[in-house]
Ligand binder design. Sequence first.
Ligand code: CMC
Length: 435
Amino acid sequence: MANDKVTLTDHRTQKSYELPLNDGHIRAADLRQIKTGPDDFGMMSYDPAFMNTASCKSAVTYLDGENGILRYRGYPIEELAENCTFLEVAYLLLNGELPSQNELKDWVEQVSQHRLVHENLKKFIDGFHYDAHPMGILTSTVAALSTFYPEAHNIKDKLNRKQQILRLVAKMPTIAAYAFRHSLGLPYVFPENDLSYTENFMHMLWKRTEPRYQSNPVLARALDVLFILHADHEQNASTSVMRAVGSSHADPYAATAAACAALSGPLHGGANEEVLVMLAQIGSVDNVKDYVKHIKEGKGKLMGFGHRVYKNYDPRARIIKRTAEEVFKVTGRNPKLDIALELEKIALEDEYFVKRKLYPNVDFYSGIIYQAMGFKPEMFTVLFAIPRVAGWLAQWQEMLEDPEQKIARPRQIYIGKELRHVTGKSAGLRAVASD
Ligand code: CMC
């Protein structure tokens, strides 16, 4: 509404200011007019960890944490998980609309053709120690891609951007599979063009001496659904990093590698690996009560619980729980599931968790499924990164096309020493003089 505004009164000066509201929000820069005098820099808002600051306008993902709603480009996550493939969803995130049949055929063909990586990239992966964490290998190898495609720095050229996006979506599973096989000392497997995105990934992971790995269709579909659920999640830590690094006009491989690094932390994508560590520590259903007590005493966190934005059940966790049932029909039940279910039951009834609105998040059950499918915990965050690339790139593209965006450069409130001077020679120079 044209009239929407708020009035702020500065009681230091008794002056009032009218700040216009745009979609119900003020612009932080409008606060700068609030000054105590001409030498005053002007008021800033202070918001560590961005608890209440929107850094962009975005049309990619809608998230209502209070009501447990998640939509990509307007479509509910439940409908996408039920009716689409991951590559359709990736197309939707990147282009704004679901593909027509012809568009999808084209997109799938192009992704299939770009699955191969340069032979030198394999040698690069060979350089890692045998026990290198696959997430470290993935992050570094994605960064190395920028040296293979130097034209990627030309980020203003839309066609060129599309080419790098295609390469990243196509090559992530290949790099992930090679990181996995490197740790086992197994030869890298060429991608197969006629297999679906997840079938080909499973082939590159698990083929041994047979000509082609036969993936179970239920498991391949389950992986596809998990990829859909992880494809985007608006302005989380890694996406913010993608946008921040991209805002300096670094190439998309550098920005994606930085986003991978942010994702690897245990408070973000690394949590799925930590959940399995935690469930192993708990050991059996009988120990769950004591473990919860120990958490309530402030001795650690319940990994896979809590979320900055969701203050209601994470809708992705609900879909994952259903997917787990499908997977276990094929693989047999992961015994860790019973511990997880008991943990969830106790936590959801316990005042500590209820009061703080701590619910299971996407990472709580995903690791249990991945383990049942044959992945080792070190691979879990890699499995998160593969589909998230679609979301990161959609957000990166949107940021580059947004005329309001500039290089990301937060302000600070300086709390260090006032001006002081070095008196005499420093200790370092005195040491050189006496040598
Ligand atoms: N277990 C126990 N207590 C918790 C947990 C938890 N998992 N999460 C938050 N709390 C408590 C926290 O100690 C604080 O208590 P108090 O008010 O007494 O100080 C209160 O709940 C609020 O927590 P917060 O740390 O201010 O919340 P946040 O929004 O800064 O953190 C979070 C969100 C996801 C980092 C946090 O909940 C957490 O560390 N969870 C465990 C790690 C995890 O599962 N991460 C995956 C997140 S979802 C997928 C993704 O992003 O990759």
